[in-house]
Design a binder for this molecule. Structure first.
Ligand code: KG4
Ligand code: ZN
Length: 355
C-alpha cells in the first residue's frame, strides 16, 4: 500500500510517499524560514501564499523521487488541521483535486496524529506509548493508545515550549528561530548564576506553562540592562540563556514525570516514552528526559530530527494507518484550524494554545 501525503499547516511545505512496510520512498520539505525571518516569527499570510507557490512542484518532485506514479498510489492524505487555516486550505484543496482527478480516496489527517504516529513509522512501536510533543506550535503529553485513540494527559495553558524559546531568544537578541540560538548561547553560559522559576513544578496534573518563566526572564534582563547602563554584557546574555534552558528542561521533566506515573498506572507493562517536535532537538532536554525515562523503567524513543519536525512523511503515514483501517474522508471535508486529538480533554484557553 502506497500513500501520498501533503503538509501545509505551518511554515513547511512538504510532500512525501510512504509504503505500508514503513519505507519512506520520498520525503521533500521546503522550509519558509527565510521568508519569515525578517518578521521574527511566522506571518500567516506569507505562509499561505508560499504554500500555494510551491505545493504543486513539491508533489511532483515527491512522486518523481519515489520512483512510483500517481496511478500506483492508493490514497492521498493531507493535513486537515489544526494549524494556520490559509495553509491548510491550500494543502487540503490540492489533495482533494489530485484525489478527484486520479480517482483515489482522500484522507484528512490531524497534524498532531501525524506527530503521534511517527514513532510507528520510524521505530515500529506498538501501542500504547506516551508521547511528549514539544514544538513551536504544540506542547502536550498524550497517551497514544491506537489509531484515532488518544488521551491528553497534559498541555500548555499558555505558550508552547518552542514559542518560549523563540520569544526569549528575541529578548536576548539571539535571532530566529530561537531554540538553536539559545542552545548555542547556553552551551557557554553558567546555568547556576541566575535563579529562574520552574513553572508548574510539583503541581497536580501534567499541564505546562511558560509565560511566567518568560516574564521572569524579561525582569532579569531589565535588571541586567540597568546594571550595564543599557547594554547587556555577553556573560549576562549567555548565563540567562543557560538558566532559561535549564528551567525549561526541568519544568518539562517534572510534567513528564507526572505523566509517566499516570500512564504507567493506566497501561501496566508499557515502557516507551516518545519525544517529538522541534524542541526535541534540544540536547539538554533530551539528556534530562532519557534520565527520567530510565528512572521509571522506560526507554526514550526520539525519531530522527527531520521526522520530529514538520514533514509530510508523518502525514502520509498517519493517512496510511487510517486508510488501512478502512477510514477515509469525503471531498466535502472542511479544514479545521482547531482539532483536538482527544475530544474529551478540557478546552484550554491561552494566548498560544493551538489545540
Ligand atoms: O516542530 P517544529 O519544527 O515546528 C513547529 O513548531 O511545528 O518546531 C520548531 C520549534 C521552534 O520554536 C524552535 O525554536 C524550536 O522548535 N527548536 C528548539 C531547538 N531547535 C528547534 N528549541 C530548543 N532547542 C533546540 N535545539
Ligand atoms: Zn508540528
Amino acid at each position: 500500500m502506497l500513500v501520498l501525503g501533503i503538509e501545509t499547516s505551518c511554515d513547511e511545505t512538504a510532500a512525501a510517499v510512504v509504503r505500508d512496510d514503513r519505507a519512506i520512498l520520498a520525503d521533500v520539505v521546503l522550509s519558509q524560514l527565510d521568508e519569515h525571518r525578517p518578521y521574527g516569527g511566522i506571518v500567516p499570510e506569507i505562509a499561505a501564499r508560499s504554500h500555494l507557490d510551491h505545493v504543486d512542484r513539491l508533489v511532483v518532485e515527491a512522486l518523481q523521487r519515489s520512483g512510483t506514479t500517481l496511478a500506483a498510489v492508493d490514497a492521498i492524505a493531507a493535513t486537515g488541521g489544526p494549524g494556520l487555516i490559509g495553509g491548510i486550505i491550500v494543502g487540503v484543496t490540492t489533495a482533494k483535486a489530485i484525489a478527484a482527478v486520479a480517482g483515489k480516496p482522500f484522507v484528512a489527517v490531524n497534524h498532531l496524529e501525524g506527530h503521534a504516529l511517527t514513532a510507528r513509522l520510524t521505530d515500529g512501536l506498538e501501542f500504547p506509548y506516551l508521547l511528549l510533543l514539544v514544538s513551536g506550535g504544540h506542547c502536550q503529553l498524550l497517551a497514544v493508545q491506537g489509531v484515532g485513540s488518544y488521551a491528553r494527559l497534559g498541555a500548555t495553558i499558555d505558550d508552547a515550549a518552542g514559542e518560549a524559546f523563540d520569544k526569549v531568544a528575541k529578548m536576548l537578541g539571539l535571532g530566529y528561530p530561537g531554540g538553536p540560538a539559545v542552545q548555542r548561547a547556553a552551551a557557554v553560559g553558567d546555568a547556576g548564576r541566575f535563579a529562574l522559576p520552574r513553572p508548574m513544578k510539583g503541581r497536580p496534573g501534567c499541564d505546562f506553562s511558560f509565560s511566567g518563566l518568560k516574564n521572569a526572564v524579561r525582569l532579569l534582563l531589565a535588571q541586567r540592562l540597568e546594571a550595564g547602563h543599557g547594554t547587556l554584557a555577553e556573560a549576562d546574555r549567555v548565563d540567562i540563556a543557560a538558566a532559561f534552558q535549564l528551567a525549561v528542561a526541568e519544568s518539562i521533566a517534572d510534567r513528564t514525570r507526572a505523566a509517566l506515573r499516570l500512564f504507567a498506572q493506566r497501561h501496566p507493562g508499557a515502557d516507551r516514552l516518545v519525544v517529538a517536535g522541534g524542541v526535541a532537538a534540544n540536547a539538554q532536554l533530551r539528556a534530562t528526559l532519557a534520565e527520567l525515562a530510565a528512572a521509571h523503567g522506560f526507554q526514550l524513543v526520539a525519531p530522527p530530527l527531520r521526522l520530529c519536525t514538520d514533514n509530510a512523511a508523518m502525514i502520509a503515514w498517519a493517512g496510511l494507518e487510517r486508510f488501512r483501517l478502512g477510514q477515509q474522508d469525503g471531498l466535502d471535508f472542511a479544514p479545521r484550524p482547531r482539532w483536538p486529538l482527544d475530544p474529551t480533554a478540557t478546552r484550554l484557553r491561552g494566548a498560544g494554545v493551538k489545540a
